[in-house]
Design a binder for this molecule. Structure first.
Ligand code: FAD
Length: 417
């Protein structure tokens, strides 16, 4: 089949790789001059198959109220009279119940665990390097309340058979030796040892080259304007360079996916949740993390990527803007220097990206009401983690094969229910 993939972030490129491997003739189109130059560029680098939770959780509405008054708040709300924003926030809040949390989390864990296997397969097939490490994620608790609240996550991990360890401060230091310098700030931790880390930009670029070797064509600097649908079937894509036709189209435009499909009756509840990162050169490796440490107080992930520390986080609901606020930079600097002052923050690269978030935290993968039009988008906080598994199930769905995991509840039709 001739397939056009719209978007060359980590989700579009992994989709291209798996569809090419399945024998399809694939073209990828993107407005940027190369792969992974938008949200997949400088994310926090966690490949968190185990530390994988929806943000819509019980207690979040109350916490959100407290965060309004916190100096280094993990959530920043800039409400606007924008229907898409308000409706997304309402739906997100309605997912903050225990039942919805458990359902959404188990879906995310299913896909993330499948992605663990798929990423290992891609590594074995391609031998690409991307500053990868396999040393787990340590969720770090600074208060007893945080430690107690982690009980519900422990329960979900146990139920899904995901390995984990609850650690006391000494255990945290054994896992991340640099924490010995800040022993008094730690109450405990939750380690998910199967988690990995790696540079999503490096990975996506290296995989794009492997995909090219499999026959994938990339078209760079092309603006995607509209879909051409006739008689309920997608026929082509209208771009700034003209019309493209193919047998099937996959939309992997991250936060920009909803606008393209809306004129064709597909209501895709994906909204941009902005996050920030700093990439810091390491000057003292003894005070740098070994893997990912998730600072639960600020909801900030601090990750080792080769000779750099990547610190990323914050959720800013402010629409489609990539502005860089200095206050956000200070929050990242505060969190990283408080625990791991082994880098030179004055030489850090500051960046922001728009997470394509669904209200239930689960991506949207599969067929739509328009024939031959498929979605692989809405990966929110964990698109790097879930990319390979999402691409593999997408390739099965497009090829008409049964996927290895349940995918019915990943499709956009789940929102119609
Ligand atoms: C601060 C931060 C930290 C994060 N940390 C992690 C983490 O540690 N682990 C993790 O798993 N995930 C993390 N994420 C999430 C992850 O980065 C995203 O889920 C993932 O990058 C989304 O990939 P994507 O391919 O769907 O979107 P994108 O990377 O945004 O790709 C979409 C592509 O579509 C193209 N495009 C859009 N519109 C058009 C158009 N009209 N015409 C042509 N091209 C278009 C864009 O150029 C872009 O290349 C983080 C995100 C942020 C912001």
């Amino acid at each position: 089949m001739k397939i056009t993939i719209l978007g060359a972030g980590v989700v579009g490129v992994t989709s291209a790789y798996y569809l090419a491997k399945a024998g399809h003739e694939v073209t990828v189109v993107d407005r940027q001059p190369g792969p992974a130059l938008e949200t997949s560029f400088a994310n926090a680098g966690e490949v968190s198959f185990g530390y994988c939770s929806p943000w819509a959780a019980p207690g979040i509405p109350q916490k959100a109220l407290k965060w309004i008054f916190m100096e280094h708040a993990p959530l920043i709300l800039r409400p606007k009279l924008d229907r898409a924003m308000l409706s997304w926030m309402f739906r997100m809040l309605s997912n903050c119940t225990s039942e919805r949390y458990a359902l959404n989390k188990s879906r995310m864990l299913r896909l993330a665990d499948y992605s663990r296997l798929a990423l290992a397969e891609v590594r074995a097939d391609t031998a690409i390097a991307y500053d990868e490490r396999m040393q787990g994620t340590l969720q770090l608790f600074r208060t007893e309340a945080q430690l107690e609240a982690s009980a519900k996550d422990v329960k979900a991990l146990a139920a899904d058979g995901i390995p984990y360890e609850v650690l006391d401060p000494a255990g945290c230091i054994r896992t991340e030796p640099a924490l010995a310098h800040v022993r008094e700030k730690i109450v405990g931790g939750l380690l998910t040892p199967k988690d990995e880390t790696g540079d999503c930009f490096k990975f996506t670029n290296a995989l794009a080259k492997k995909a090219e070797a499999l026959g994938v064509t990339f078209q760079w600097g092309v603006d995607i304007k509209a879909l051409e649908v006739e008689g309920g079937t997608v026929k082509g894509v209208i771009t700034g360079r003209g019309r493209m036709t193919s047998d099937a189209v996959v939309v992997a435009l991250g936060s920009y996916s909803p606008m393209l499909v809306k004129p064709h009756g597909i209501r895709l509840p994906v909204y941009p949740v902005k996050g920030y990162s700093l990439t810091i050169p390491i000057t003292d490796a003894t005070r740098a993390p070994e893997s990912t440490v998730m600072d639960e107080t600020y909801k900030i992930a601090i990750t080792r990527l080769g000779d750099r520390i990547r610190v990323g986080g914050m959720a800013e609901i402010s629409g489609y803007t990539n502005d860089l606020g200095l206050a956000r930079r200070r929050t990242l600097e505060h969190s990283v220097t408080d625990l791991f002052p082994g880098g030179d923050v004055t030489k850090a690269d500051f960046w922001s990206g728009l997470r394509p978030m669904t209200p239930d935290g689960t991506p949207v993968i599969g067929a739509t009401g328009v024939r031959n039009l498929f979605l692989n988008t809405g990966h929110g906080t964990l698109g790097w983690t879930m990319s390979c598994g999402s691409a593999k199930v997408l390739a099965d769905i497009v090829s008409g094969h049964k996927a290895d995991i349940e995918t019915k509840d990943l499709a956009v039709s789940r929102y119609a229910a």
